[in-house]
Design a protein around this ligand. Structure first.
Ligand code: ADP
Ligand code: ADP
Ligand code: ZN
Length: 215
């Protein structure tokens, strides 16, 4: 199954996509994770992307489209994939459908996760990430068993630079301006499955499973 997770920063895309990836045995492709790895590795792409990410702006379309076009050709994508955080602009969505057409594939469902701004801000400010495996946590809502340590791999947790208060608002503005139009874009194509992102993580996962099975 080929899926897209759409939603504002902090909606729970990464949390839900990683659980669904295990349940459906298909890879989660997070452009945010790929870009953060490139920044850490100091690649040319990472150096270029860093200033955009630090300021809370979107990275230019051609950079992320290139990443995804390449990643979708990997063998592990043959049975399906979950795009987490891509596309984020109408231009990216158009480019994606061209890339997929070239591969003889198409998206089956776009899962749109909705959460109000106040909740998004408290989720982003309490988010912590594993420096090694990338698993996400929340200080109050989804804490690790041992404070500051990843349940999965035992590495230290850190706060993303762009999760600081100063950049959060800018990221939400970018979302409403550039990404939210994709809700109408995919709705017009009858691909949108809207899921409330408020509630227990497990319960939201069940609703997503129902949404993709029942249609
Ligand atoms: P969040 O999970 O909070 O929405 P991500 O980890 O998906 O954040 O993205 C972090 C940053 O990486 C974004 O603010 C943006 O700068 C960049 N980024 C990730 N995906 C894309 C994309 N599809 N298009 C442009 N920029 C992106
Ligand atoms: P996104 O990838 O959309 O930016 P994340 O999956 O990283 O969002 O979730 C943002 C933050 O909110 C994380 O700290 C995560 O632990 C927490 N979170 C995720 N889902 C829920 C939920 N249903 N209720 C409360 N907190 C949540
Ligand atoms: Zn870890």
């Amino acid at each position: 199954m080929n899926l897209i997770f759409l939603g504002p920063p902090g909606a729970g895309k990464g949390t839900q996509a990683s659980m669904l990836s295990v349940a459906l045995k298909i890879p989660q492709i997070s452009t945010g994770d790929i870009l953060r790895s490139a920044v850490r590795a100091g690649t040319t792409m990472g150096v270029r992307a860093k200033s955009f990410m630090d300021s809370g702006s979107l990275v230019p379309d051609e950079v992320v489209v290139g990443i995804v076009a390449e990643r979708l050709q990997d063998d592990d994508c043959t049975k399906g994939f979950i795009l987490d955080g891509f596309p984020r602009t109408v231009a990216q969505a158009d480019a994606l459908s061209e890339v997929l057409a070239g591969l003889g594939k198409q998206i089956e469902h776009v899962i749109s996760i909705t959460v109000d701004d106040e909740e998004l801000l408290s989720r982003i400010s309490g988010r912590r990430m594993c420096a090694k495996c990338g698993k996400g946590y929340h200080l109050q809502f989804d804490p690790p068993k041992v404070p500051g340590v990843c349940d999965n791999c035992g590495s230290n947790l850190y706060q993303r630079d762009d999760d600081k208060v100063e950049t959060m608002r800018k990221r939400l503005d970018e979302y409403y301006l550039k990404t939210a139009p994709l809700i109408d874009y995919y709705s017009a194509k009858n691909m949108l499955r809207t899921i409330s992102g408020i509630g227990a993580i497990e319960e939201i996962q069940q609703n997503i499973l129902k949404g993709i099975e029942g249609s």
